[in-house]
Design a protein around this ligand. Structure first.
Ligand SMILES: Cc1cc2nc3c(=O)[nH]c(=O)nc-3n(C[C@H](O)[C@H](O)[C@H](O)COP(=O)(O)OP(=O)(O)OC[C@H]3O[C@@H](n4cnc5c(N)ncnc54)[C@H](O)[C@@H]3O)c2cc1C
Length: 533
């Protein structure tokens, strides 16, 4: 057992990464353990909205207040992960004007800045809005690149000596007396098991936190709340669009890089892993969205995906929309008589820093460390190769002051403007190279063509750079295409369906992949993952 490690953090989402950064800044040695890749859970499957707090101003004032404060802090400390596009709250003629009054009062109380906007100006932010807009208010919403932020936190923590183990699942706990002294882990790729000793374990396993706590004989109530999102192939608005009414389904649009993300829904689920989206769910969201943007069905939809919010559970969950978006930190010594074990549950991506600070405060106190948190004032260094989130890609590529080594040879992903250098930098940082993980880190394949034209270029680049063997390329490609098509199937119609079928034809017939797949055990397309021609 490695007795040098002080704290083990379970979960490589934004909460785990935030705790890692906080404790590392206090000089506490930590190991973060993630069963898949970083952002495997809700942190990689959300809306990407850095909330102003407006959404929660009436029903959840505590969360509104937390969002408003954290929004300001994060803009200062990680500008490279944030596009400060602003947001609009739109009341349609049929929505209650009385609710607007309560909303304005709630925003004022939570110090969420609002500014009324003339109707004509609202249409300049989003020309596709309904003709029925009755009122519009500007707020400080922003779009956040969730993968970039989590990666930034992890890289910065590593530079301070933290250790990060991905593809490693915590499968049990080691006890001495009533105290946890280590975790048993299994490598999810090789199956290798080992024990990691520590003084304290922090459970930041999101929707899985209840299951993890149970392994230690403790009880944590999590309400796993499923939401689905649709990705459109263009920016339908230049700022975030929220509907000004009691928060409901299908009332937020977030412009993100070159696409727009629309959603979402809310409902308690029994299944946390492997979320598939159904066509009926897509139809339901489109119907809701068409009230705000009547032509929504005419825009090209690239894919749909689902995530599970790790909301704070309670004994009475009648409507998941009414569950607070705030968080709680549990010291299991008090509730369950198990020492050396803390769980952090609930919260939003926007409020991760505050949740991490509160968790780290408790951890530090238990370890006898009296250093305060520094995360509220310490800038998070941008990961290598990261430009300002709002800077135009073409400017980045061709700017005159580029250093020679920064210059790129070619664009690999035309839709999202991802260069060969960005792909290589991301690939080198991956301990276990898969195209899905590379996509999350670089954004290749996330745009209009969904990887049709860039995936094989990426493979060529990786082989040329000696990062993979040519014999591995086919397996990597098949896994990637399966995942892309899983998201494309529920939204397939019109132009996008034609493009999906074209992509399939290109890979399956021109490149002979279907033939190859027949020989690859476990890699075949199934009827559910392959669009028919
Ligand atoms: C549809 C949807 C939309 C959302 N939109 C927004 C938004 O716009 N703005 C916002 O602020 N918030 C949003 N949220 C909420 C936000 O995404 C979550 O609150 C946040 O990402 C939770 O982060 P986390 O690190 O606590 O959990 P997660 O990101 O779920 O991380 C938990 C991690 O633990 C790992 N893990 C689990 N068990 C083990 C184990 N035994 N061993 C090792 N690792 C393990 C998992 O693989 C996972 O990576 C949204 C959520 C959803 C689902």
């Amino acid at each position: 057992m490695n007795s040098e490690i002080m704290v083990v953090i379970i979960g490589g989402g934004v909460t785990g990464a935030g705790i890692l950064w906080d404790l590392s800044l206090r000089g506490i040695k930590c190991t973060l353990i993630e069963k898949e890749d970083l952002c495997n859970g809700a942190s990689g499957r959300n809306h990407g909205l850095l909330h102003s707090g407006g959404r929660y101003a009436v029903e959840d004032p505590e969360s509104a207040d937390e969002c408003a404060r954290e929004n300001k802090i994060l803009r200062q400390l990680a500008p490279w992960a944030i596009e400060p596009c602003g947001g609009l709250f739109i009341r349609l003629a049929g929505d209650s004007p009385e609710y607007t009054e309560r909303w304005l009062a709630g925003c004022k109380a939570a110090q969420v800045a609002t500014e009324p906007v003339a109707l004509a100006a609202a249409y300049t932010y989003c020309p596709y809005l309904s003709d029925d807009v009755a009122e519009a208010y500007l707020v400080q919403d922003a779009a956040i690149d969730v993968y970039k932020l989590v990666r930034g936190l992890v890289i910065a923590s590593r530079s301070l000596g933290a250790n990060v183990m991905t593809r490693t699942e915590v499968i049990g706990f080691i006890f001495r007396g009533g105290r946890i002294t280590g975790v048993r882990v299994r490598n999810t790729s090789s199956g290798f098991e080992e024990v990691i000793g520590c003084s304290l374990v922090i459970n930041a396993a999101g929707a899985w936190a209840g299951k993890v706590a149970q392994m230690a004989g403790c009880r944590v109530k999590v309400a796993p709340d499923r939401g689905i999102l649709l990705v459109f192939n263009a920016r339908l608005a230049s700022c975030v669009i929220n509907r000004l009414r009691i928060p409901g389904d299908g009332d937020i649009l977030v412009p993100s890089h070159n696409v727009s993300i629309f959603g979402t829904t809310s409902g308690i689920t029994d299944t946390i892993d492997d979320q598939m989206v159904k066509r009926q769910e897509v139809e339901y969201l489109l119907a809701a969205g068409s009230e705000l943007i009547p032509g929504m069905r005419d825009f090209r939809r690239l894919r749909a995906y689902a995530g599970v919010r790790p909301l704070l559970g309670s004994d009475d969950i009648a409507d998941s929309r009414n569950i607070t978006r705030t968080f709680k930190v549990f010291d299991h010594k008090e509730g369950d008589g198990v020492d050396g074990f803390i769980s952090a549950v609930g919260g939003k991506f926007t409020t991760y820093r505050l949740m991490a600070e509160k968790t780290a405060n408790l951890a530090a106190a238990k370890l006898g460390c009296n250093k305060p948190s520094f995360t509220g004032s310490t800038p998070i260094p941008a990961p290598e190769g990261t430009q300002q989130a709002n800077a135009s890609k073409s400017f980045y590529i061709f700017r005159k002051d580029s250093r020679r080594e920064d210059r790129v040879r070619q664009l690999i992903c035309d839709c999202e403007g991802v260069t060969d250098r960005e792909i290589l930098v991301a690939a080198i940082s991956l301990p276990w190279l898969t195209l899905n993980e590379l996509r999350n880190r670089s954004r290749f394949g996330m745009g209009t063509c969904q990887g049709t034209f860039c995936t094989y270029r990426v493979l060529g680049l990786l082989i040329e750079a000696g990062l993979i063997q040519s014999s591995e390329a086919l397996g990597l490609l098949m896994d990637f295409l399966k995942e892309r098509w899983k998201g494309a199937l529920p939204v397939g119609s019109g132009e996008q369906l034609r493009e999906t079928e074209f992509a399939h034809a290109l890979y399956a017939y021109t490149m002979g992949l279907e033939f190859a797949s027949g020989r690859m055990k476990g890699k075949e397309f199934t009827d559910a993952t392959r669009p028919g021609l």
